[in-house]
Design a protein around this ligand. Structure first.
Ligand SMILES: Cc1ncc(COP(=O)(O)O)c(C=O)c1O
Length: 479
């Protein structure tokens, strides 16, 4: 099969002519044209290979043969909607439920993360009879109107009068640069008290809380890992106010965090959300997503009397693909791989922190890792331009990374789950070389230990973060 029918210039020209200008491409001055991909590698029109460190949609690897086969075989046989009985729908729902704690037992199938979160809001509004929603600062939950309203990542770009009065923004539970940091005696309590205070103020204004929505680990918001116990405490406040807790697992679910299948499970077994939304990795690139909730919430939604129908949601092809993705995760032990390779990656990146002044923080479980770049480790001045430089320089060396967070200074590493130890070593070595170049150009050197120890904002060293230190990682990296 031909992989390309237009030359790159023609593709760019047609895109400019016919595609909305707000649809951005990566590397706009020299965009990539990717024509095929396999596993963790993507290939451009000249056959150049790129190591994909950012594509958490191609969860089990790009174009995984088992997933492609499952979709093709089902497409050859039948695709229709969920008004007909079909085994794929119920078998998939059963398999998915088996990965979740028992109360989360009722599925609604949709086609994108945005649709999933929009439906989650409808479930919450209907179940509680309330309207107000609490969201986290810098959060992104989707592109439809209801979700732009609860996505500070987007609505910070709007004027104040465009903000919904019924939407309340709680501080991001970021213990590195947030309001309460690692040196706070109990950041989980302090951040959850903020939510409690928001609820009190909303009540004073006559509002009633329908939901608290948050990603189990914030991704666009800067790869933020909430302190342990945060969600339990928040859930207690929200439920006491008659609201529900929605965990957005669109980015982080399906084993990416390594130790658990779902990101919210990192908080402990005593935290179970009322609604979980899923997307991106669920279909390995096939448009598919899901909302899972409790029987009580589903009954209340039903009691409203309105039928729920979704033309494509839960069709036999999507469910065949979803089943194949679950099979591959299990058969290839990809969750275990995320744990092992993720730990190796974090160790190597932790080593960078010991030698590169620009590396302020390395955080995240499994294959969901953030590297926050700062110009000053005490003031935490975001190294935004430097982060962009790293991204561009790595692209020139055929490694795809991106930077995000409110200051666009957090390097995001969330590759397909088949990422190997060698891939981890390759990317860290390249980051090391680029950082060395930038730091030399900027005449930066490591701050003295005294300076760091006394720094009010000092963050934990890798060992303290549960990541074993690795003396001079560079020695151990093969090129
Ligand atoms: C956390 C989170 N939720 C929801 C969405 C929306 O998903 P989609 O783009 O599939 O509509 C995204 C997309 O980036 C996301 O990152």
């Amino acid at each position: 099969m031909a992989t390309e029918c237009l030359d790159k210039k023609q593709t760019i020209d047609l895109r400019k002519k016919f595609i909305g200008p707000s649809c951005k491409v990566f590397f706009s001055h020299d965009p990539l044209k990717i024509v095929r991909a396999r596993g963790q590698y993507m290939y451009d029109e000249n056959g150049q290979q790129y190591l994909d460190c950012i594509n958490n949609v191609a969860h089990v690897g790009h174009s995984h043969p088992a997933v492609v086969r499952a979709g093709t075989q089902q497409m050859e046989l039948l695709n229709t909607n969920s008004r007909f009985l079909h085994d794929n729908l119920v078998l998939y729902a059963e398999r998915l439920q088996a990965t979740l704690p028992d109360p989360l037992s009722v599925c609604y199938f949709v086609n994108s993360g945005s649709e999933a979160n929009d439906l989650a809001l409808r479930l919450a509004w209907q179940y509680t009879g309330h309207r107000d929603v609490i969201t986290l600062d810098n959060a992104y939950h989707g592109h439809v109107s209801s979700l732009i309203d609860i996505s500070p990542y987007k609505f910070h770009q709007l004027s104040d009068d465009e903000h919904k009065q019924s939407v309340h923004v709680a501080p991001s539970p970021d213990v590195y640069r947030g309001k309460f940091r690692a040196d706070h005696p109990d950041p989980a309590l302090a951040y959850s008290d903020e939510v409690r205070d928001i609820i009190t103020r909303a009540h004073e204004r006559g509002g009633k809380i329908a939901a608290f929505i948050a990603e189990s680990l914030q991704s666009c918001g800067g790869q933020v890992v909430p302190p342990p116990g945060y969600f339990q405490k928040v859930a207690a406040h929200v439920r006491a106010a008659g609201g529900v807790v929605i965990a957005d697992e669109v980015q982080v679910g399906f084993g990416r965090v390594g130790s658990h299948f779902w990101g919210f499970q990192l908080q402990g077994e005593d935290f179970v959300p009322d609604i979980v939304t899923m997307g991106k990795p669920i279909g390995n690139g096939h448009p598919m997503s899901c909302v899972v909730t409790t029987r009580e919430v589903a009954q209340a939604f039903m009691a409203a009397g309105m039928e729920y129908f979704n033309t494509f949601g839960g069709n036999p092809v999507s469910c065949a693909i979803g089943l194949a993705v679950l099979d591959v995760i299990q058969n290839e032990d990809l969750q275990g791989n995320a744990l092992r390779v993720g730990a190796h990656l974090s160790r190597l990146l932790g080593g960078l922190k010991e030698t590169h002044p620009l590396v302020g923080d390395v955080r995240g479980p499994g294959l969901f890792v953030g590297v926050e770049l700062v110009r000053d480790r005490v003031k935490l001045t975001p190294a935004t331009a430097e982060a962009q430089e790293v991204i561009y320089k790595l692209k020139e060396q055929h490694v795809l990374l991106s930077a995000d967070g409110p200051h666009r200074n957090v390097l995001k590493i969330k590759p397909p789950m088949c990422f190997s130890r060698e891939d981890a070593e390759r990317v860290v070595e390249k980051i090391h070389l680029v950082l060395s170049e930038i730091e030399t150009a900027l005449n930066m050197s490591m701050p003295s230990p005294v300076h760091l120890e006394n720094g009010k904002n000092k963050s934990k060293l890798p060992e303290e973060n549960g990541v074993q230190g690795e003396e001079s990682h560079i020695k151990h990296i093969r090129t």
